[in-house]
Design a protein around this ligand. Structure first.
Ligand code: FES
Length: 203
């Protein structure tokens, strides 16, 4: 059973002019989006969400995602959200939360110094508003494939060229991807309801 819409809300290229500057560089073109959908990771099927129409999403409408049934160690997604880009939502285990807080010299940008890759509220070790909940755009920063969630290995893996990201979306060194996974604007409407595509700056 799945309440998550699975239609294909590919970005409206004509809407690209509205994409803010910091996100513009992440638009990797229709080829990359097709690749992302083609290698999408497993979806958690039971998470209930409410979405506006595909057209509305393509135009940038925020979506609400209910995470009440998302268990620790699981991922919801990829969700077609925020200008049609796939979004991952994960609930981390306490062990993962603790692990991500530790120094890891194998990461390329562990402190999220590249300001373009996340809002200010996600500039922390978890790259998220809450340590246990992560929200990331599911597009590899190399050529735009959609990485696979590997919960058992605490990572996202991009099968296209082998980039590896930790569960904060931070890319490991010496991989093709140059940056961490982007964090879209989002906010918590309630404890279990996330609005993706909208925050204090993007209303
Ligand atoms: S697109 Fe992900 S490693 Fe190349």
């Amino acid at each position: 059973m799945s309440d998550v819409e699975t239609d294909d809300p590919r970005p409206d290229e004509g809407d690209a002019g509205n994409v803010d500057k910091t996100r513009r560089r992440l638009l990797v073109g229709s080829t990359a989006i097709v690749g992302g959908i083609g290698v999408a990771g497993a979806a958690i099927p039971f998470v209930k969400s409410w979405n506006p129409s595909a057209k509305a999403r393509a135009l940038g409408a925020p979506i609400e995602v209910d995470i009440s049934k998302l268990n620790p160690g699981e991922m919801l997604g990829p969700i077609p959200a925020w200008r049609g880009r796939p979004v991952f939502v994960i609930r981390r285990t306490p062990e993962t939360v603790e692990q991500l807080a530790s120094d890891n010299p194998e990461l390329a940008d562990p402190e999220s110094k590249n300001e373009e890759m996340q809002p200010a509220y996600a500039k922390n070790r978890w790259r998220s508003r809450k340590p246990e909940i992560g929200v990331y755009e599911g597009l590899c920063t190399h050529l735009g494939c959609s990485p696979k969630f590997r919960g058992e290995e605490n990572s996202f893996f991009c099968v296209c060229h082998g980039s590896v990201f930790d569960l904060a979306g931070r890319v490991f060194k010496n991989k093709p991807a140059p940056d961490n996974l982007p964090v879209p604007p989002y906010r918590f409407e309630t404890e279990n309801l996330i609005v993706i595509g909208e925050d204090e700056e993007h209303a």
